[in-house]
Design a protein around this ligand. Structure first.
Ligand code: GTP
Ligand code: MG
Length: 323
């Protein structure tokens, strides 16, 4: 059996049961599946209005970056800058990288040959587009989206920029390499291959090397599935991130998949379990975000606007307003 990607841990032993179907969500059993039954009156009481898809969760777990926060409102200038950046800036795919050494800035312009790199890497022989000319390279802060296969990393990038730039599919294991999107020439969003049942060893090594060595990396967003909860692969990655003292936030995606009546209780229980059982309890206070990439909801109501603000603040590009 081939080795799988869970960071740089070889988990082929754990994964002795192959996935039953590639068209489904990860088949690994979630550690927590959410509340089972609720009394009629309890569920009636907690029915959330459509407006509060994620707002109340973000307000509870991440008040600092919540736009719904009434007391410590984020700086108005940073808010307008963020809204403007993600609505009006030019977005483009800067590069797709199969080997760490091929990242621009990591070597000289004349040495760069993206096509040859793909061959060398003996990875799926897909053509890389566009081939980035390192002479155009501009040093920008980068933020990385990490998460198990199919959790919605690429969808989240598309939701953040409100454009279908990253490829999204119902089946797991679509994003094969590190895809880097340039947002208005001020920040880069890095999409990564998913870990878990469809992840491959070399993808794990590539991503972990990027995390360890990429100097431009400002923040990692570890995407988790709010509906299915946290599984053993998430736990393994969490342990690695905690132990390596890398700064990261947790983003719970697919909140829309939980019924409105159960949403708050379900998420509270996931967070409780996470804080109790995982390595994350070693951290002072992890920052949690709740989002949905479902098209039916506006970006503010889906937690996307809050996350945009967090990216701007974390990558340091808001410095000119906050100084
Ligand atoms: N309901 C719902 N579906 C979502 C959400 N986010 C993503 N999806 C769906 O989940 C599936 C996987 O999304 P991707 O964005 O391709 O996931 P990924 O993490 O990039 O997957 P890999 O690249 O394979 O690791 C797609 O069918 C998306 O439409 C969400 O917030 N809600
Ligand atoms: Mg993807």
């Amino acid at each position: 059996m081939k080795e799988k990607y869970v960071g740089n841990v070889n988990i082929s032993r754990i994964l002795s049961q192959p996935a039953k179907s590639s068209s489904k969500q990860s088949t690994t059993k979630p550690l927590y599946k959410g509340p089972t039954k609720q009394s009629k009156s309890a569920s009636k009481k907690s029915i959330a209005s459509p407006k509060s898809l994620t707002n109340d969760l973000n307000l509870k777990y991440n008040p600092k970056h919540s736009l719904s926060q009434k007391i410590i409102k984020p700086d108005q200038r940073v808010q307008s800058y963020t809204a403007n950046l993600f609505s009006n800036a030019r977005f483009k795919l800067d590069w797709s990288i199969y080997e760490f050494k091929n990242l621009p800035h990591n070597r000289q312009a004349e040495e760069f040959d993206a096509e040859q790199d793909v061959e060398e890497a003996s990875k799926p022989q897909k053509k890389i587009t566009p081939i980035y000319d390192p002479r155009d390279y501009k040093d920008l802060p980068e933020v990385l989206f990490l998460g198990r296969c199919n959790v919605g990393k690429s969808s989240l990038i598309n939701s953040l920029i409100d454009k279908p730039l990253a490829r999204v599919k119902r089946f797991a294991g679509l994003t094969p390499c590190l895809n880097t999107y340039n947002i208005g020439n001020v920040v880069r969003l890095v999409d990564s291959p998913g870990y878990g049942v469809k992840g491959k060893q070399w993808q794990g090594e590539l991503t972990m090397q990027y995390i360890r060595e990429r100097q431009q990396l400002r923040k990692i967003y570890l995407i988790l599935n709010a509906h299915l909860g946290i599984n053993e692969f998430d736990e393994m990655i969490l342990s690695q991130l905690v132990e390596s003292k890398i700064s990261f936030d947790l983003v719970f995606n697919k909140v829309d998949k939980i019924s409105p009546a159960q949403r708050r209780t379900h998420c509270d229980q996931i967070v409780e379990q996470l804080l109790k059982t995982s390595q994350i309890s070693k951290l002072m206070r992890p920052t949690l975000h709740f989002v949905s990439c479902n098209d039916d909801n506006t970006r503010t109501l889906s937690g996307i606007s809050d996350l945009q603000l967090n990216i701007v603040l974390s990558s340091g590009i808001s410095g000119r307003f906050t100084r």
